[in-house]
Design a protein around this ligand. Structure first.
Ligand SMILES: O=C(O)CCC(=O)C(=O)O
Ligand SMILES: [Fe+2]
Length: 349
């Protein structure tokens, strides 16, 4: 009697992961990922000055906390949120809600204003980002309207992270798009000790049998800028993994004359553009009565473009893991959002 074999299901066909690949220079990064890497972006003295400002401020930064099922978890690094007042969203309440949601909905102090060194750095970084955007393919749901018509992207908020020693980290995630909208551009500045930035593509379900996922590891030097271009948040997850060891960082410009200090921490500043058409007042609320979060469907992106983004209840992260399972597809037109790059196109995006 012949033994009937179980027909293979899609799980059986999942291809094994490829070994990780180190992307050691900007050319390799651009070739393999939707990111660009820019080395030595700030004048060296400004990079050191900004590093000191942020290291000193980071003593007051908090670890992010959220509920994961029935467990309260804490981020293995400290974080903070900054608003660039007078450029972007309208009032203090708006900023407060935006900051609160950076901390998974927990009440926070009002966001800090960009310190002068961050403002100086931000102006340089905005120029680099806009130069890049001019050379890149733009996506239909990217925001197209701006007060200043020559500028496609501006940073009106920044989130900063401090990783002390080799073990502090952030796990694989994609950034929430609640206030950034679809296809965001995020500019991430690295200061201090070198750490590895890992990127891993999420293979769409219908391609699992033909394509393998690979993790790309990008060493991030002091004073380098990684731009996560569209559609990085839709197609890749990123992380700063713990390491067994790190090299100490010795700034070229001492904070105090005659002092030769060394540091074992990395400061990261992610400059972000909170879109005017995704302002807090426009974010749908779930049955729990709190703002939902915008997520992308990373698994079904190639086959079915309808329902690619959805609003989801986020109460579970704050409310001892209890949410209402609210779920609603993002409908840019019905929700009155835009203008977007693809508004004149008739095809669904
Ligand atoms: O530290 C980094 O480079 C990444 C930080 C990050 O992913 C985030 O803040 O969302
Ligand atoms: Fe992130």
């Amino acid at each position: 009697m012949s033994v009937l074999k179980r027909p293979p299901n899609s799980r059986d066909k999942i291809m094994p992961r490829l070994p990780p690949l180190i992307l050691s220079n900007p050319i390799m990064v651009a070739k393999n990922t939707p990111c660009t890497l820019h080395l030595s972006v700030l004048p060296p003295e400004l990079a050191c000055r900004l590093f000191y400002t942020m290291v000193n401020a980071s003593r007051d930064w908090k670890r992010n906390k959220w509920w994961l099922f029935d467990r309260l978890v804490e981020s293995p690094h400290r974080t903070s949120f900054f608003a660039r007042r007078d450029d972007g969203l309208d009032n203090d309440e708006t900023w407060q809600e935006a900051a609160q949601f950076w901390y998974n909905g927990r009440m926070t102090d009002p966001p800090m204003v960009f310190p002068p060194e961050m403002e100086e750095a931000c102006e340089i970084i905005e120029r680099i980002v806009n130069e890049q955007l001019k050379q890149r393919r733009r996506f239909p749901l990217e925001w197209s309207g701006d007060i200043n018509k020559d500028v496609a992207w501006r940073a009106n908020v920044a989130a900063s992270n401090c990783y002390e020693g080799s073990k502090e980290s952030v796990g694989f995630h994609s950034d929430q798009m609640t206030y950034l909208g679809p296809c965001p551009t995020i500019a991430s500045l690295s200061l201090g000790t070198q750490r590895t930035f890992s990127l891993r593509e999420i293979i769409p379900t219908d391609q699992l049998s033909i394509r393998k996922a690979r993790t790309f590891n990008i060493p991030l030097q002091h004073n380098s800028l990684t731009i996560m271009h569209a559609p990085c948040q839709e197609e890749f997850k990123h992380a700063i993994p713990p390491q067994s060891a790190i090299d100490v960082y010795r700034p070229a410009f001492p904070e105090h004359p005659g002092e030769e200090a060394t540091f074992n921490c990395r400061i990261n500043i992610t400059f972000r553009f909170y879109r005017p058409d995704f302002r807090p007042a426009s974010i749908p609320r779930c049955k729990c009565g709190i703002p939902t979060i915008l997520r992308a469907d990373m698994k079904k992106r190639s086959s079915n473009r309808v329902g690619r983004y959805w609003w989801a209840c986020y109460a579970g992260a704050q409310n001892e893991g209890r949410g209402c399972n609210y779920w609603k597809v993002l409908d840019m037109k019905a929700e009155g959002r835009g203008p977007c790059n693809g508004d004149s196109e008739t095809a669904d995006s």
